[in-house]
Structure formats: structure tokens, C-alpha cells
Design a protein around this ligand. Sequence first.
Ligand SMILES: *Cc1c(COP(=O)(O)O)cnc(C)c1O
Length: 450
Amino acid sequence: MTTTAAEPQAPAPQQRRLRTEIPGPASRALQERRANVVAAGVASTLPAYITSASGGLLTDADGNVLIDFGSGIAVTNVGHSAPAVVDHVREQAGLFTHTCFMVTPYEGYVEVCEALAELTPGDHAKKSVLFNSGAEAVENAVKIARAATGRQAVVVFDHAYHGRTNLTMALTAKSVPYKHGFGPFAPEVYRVPGSYPFRDGLDGAEAARVAIDRIEKQIGGDQVAAVVIEPIQGEGGFIEPAPGFLPALSAWCSANGVVFVADEVQTGFCRTGDWFASTRENVVPDLIATAKGIAGGLPLAAVTGRAELLDAVAPGGLGGTYGGNPIACAAALGSIETMRGADLATSARRIQERVLPRLRALASETGVIGDVRGRGAMLAAEFVKPGGVEPDADLTKRVAAACHALGVVVLTCGTYGNVVRLLPPLSLSDELLDEGLSVLEYAIRVEARK
Ligand SMILES: *Cc1c(COP(=O)(O)O)cnc(C)c1O
């Protein structure tokens, strides 16, 4: 390719290190081994095999160093191998690795539940139960809501993502790849429109009226056990509802004896610039599901909420062999200690202030970004055909691939596959953030011209 003065120049690596093409020969060899033994149904966004990671950098099998704008899907909020997480995990692994909390309990589980009671929105009496994954937490929130209300219907939204188990597939909106061919799905799940300001043009009150009208006319408020909602939708496209939408829904739930469940699996633990996204509009969920960012990379999840709801399930009705595993609890305590000590909620807001202006400038420069949105370190650009709102999934894919080739891990999302999302560790330095952004800008400039 010949270079003219007008063409964008790829930023020179500073903290990244490009030793080979990405993925390089060592990763490609691993990819061949994988093809023989790993199910095709589990895909990898960027098949560079990681050998170590620290802070916001990933080192692969070929010695390339990548900037991580994905945090393993919003998990390593405290950065890779955060010292407090590693120390707690090492110490706990030397003491004991498992007893099963349902058999012989231990303090770490109780400490995590104490922290959750303190950190989650609202000052009412709260209790928690711990699990292994986000899907498990959401599914159990529904079990709790049904047991507490004696009702069955569950309301979810367009563009929702809640997981891959049978019940959470039913709650999830998008067919391919999450649901296609996996039915039949669980009954008594009802989908209503949410709030997607870029595409529906409604304000929060109007969007809530549409949703509530649908619920009242098609289900009946007195039939509904729970409304389950992501305060900012994740896999569906990083969609932030218009102001007023969440408070209106929450108020309707209170007035109708419906359990308001906030799925904060992706938005939780300082990701959006608050400990939990619900608090931005002073929404106090009855139940809140958390996972991802809770434990710095170890598998842990929780349902936290009103004590009388959690206690509506009889002893033995909730649990699981590994739920609240002692090493995962130790990691969570290290992760929470880090978030508190380093004030990572403020760091997330700083990331927003650094990123959004650059993405907005790029939107007006290139004409291929229809909407720039997000909060804290949960930020996105939605790609469209110039001059309209028609989604451009192909361009989105090319932009992500160009970033990957230059050593920056970005993820895509969205019902239409046309959103590039940024989920950097909250501890990321300004230097790494700027360098990763320069690569993203370059990738968008180059691909938008094609
Ligand atoms: C990732 C995610 C889940 C599912 O979590 P898993 O740990 O993958 O089961 C549920 N809800 C939301 C909002 C998520 O982002």
C-alpha cells in the first residue's frame, strides 16, 4: 500500500508491543490444537492466546503486548492481577479451597454479603445469596421474586441480555447466537419495548408509558412477579435509557407489588462511575443481580435485596455446590478493597471525560457514527450508513478487526452488531487509554474511507 500525506498514519506503539502479526505463529498453533478438541460453539473475539496480564495490558504467546479495552467483558474492573486480589487469592488457596457453604460455612461468604448490603443502593435491611455466574444470579432473582409474590409472569425488554441458561435465554432478546436452535424456552416471560433514545426518539416518561401500557393490557399488573432490567443495556448495544424511564418503571413496580430486579451484572462495581448504575437516578431496586466486576476475574455472582424478599424462600431453596466459593469470595474482598482504596468510581468518570469528546469529534469528522453514548468506563459508538440510522455491522466488524491487528482489544455488541464498545479496566493509565484511543481513531478513519 502506498502512503500519501492525506492518509491517516497508524500510531507508533508506546506501551503496546507488536512482535508478530496478531495472532502470531504461536497463537495460530494453539488455535489449531484447539480446533481438534474445543467445541466450535465457543468462539473467541481475538484468538491471541494470553500468557500473562497486568493492569491494562495482555501479553500473548508470541510476546505481543495488547492494550485491553474489554476487561474480559467488564470483569477486571480493578485491572488484571490487581495486587490485593492476587494476595487474597494466594492466602485463601493456602488455607482451604472449598467446603461448600451449604455444608460447612466460612467467614468470607458472610463478609462479601456484608459488603454487598453496604454498597448496593438503598438503606433498607438487605440480604444476599452467592452464585457462580451472572446468568445464575438473574435466574435466582426470578426464583426469589416468584416465591415472594406467588406470581409467575416476568417482564423483560427489547435488546435485553441476561445470560445463556434456559430461563435467562428466555429473558434475553437476541436470537442468533444466543437462542437460535435452543428452544423450547421457559414460559411466562413477556417482552416489552424499552428506551433507546437514538432509535425511538421518546423521552423517558413516554417510553415508560408505552412499556407500562403494554404490561397492563397484555399481562395485568397483578400477574407480574418481576420486572427485570439492565440499567444500561450491555450486549444489546450499551443502550442508556432516557432520563426518567427507570424511575417511572420502578415506581410502577412499587405501586403494583412487582419486584423490580436490576441486572447490574455488567454495569456494577464502579463501571459506570457509580458503585451501581441504578443510583444515578436514585432508583432503589428490590433485588439486584451482580457478577462480572465483583471479584477481579474469579467466578462469583450475587443476588442482593430486601431482606423480606430473600427470606421468602425456605431454607435449602437457594444455593449450589460452588456458590460463594471461598477463593472467589477472597478475590471479591480484594477487589472491593481496591475499588474503595483507589476510588475507581471516580476513575471511571475520568475515563468518560477523556473518551467521549474524542469519539464525538470522530463522529462529526467521519459521518459513520450515528450515536456516541455511555457512562463512566462503559462507552460506545454506534456505526451507521452515512446520513441516516441504518446500522453498519460490516464497518463495525472491520473497525474491531483493525484495532485487533494493531494490538488493541475492543469488543462489539448490539442487536444489529453495529456498536463498538469500550470497557477498559478502571485503573487504566491515561497514557494507555490515549494510545488505545489513537489506534481506534486510526482504525475508524481508515475503514470509514473504504
Ligand atoms: C454477562 C451478563 C449476564 C450473564 O453473566 P454470565 O456470568 O455470563 O452468566 C447477565 N446479565 C448481563 C447484563 C450481562 O452483561
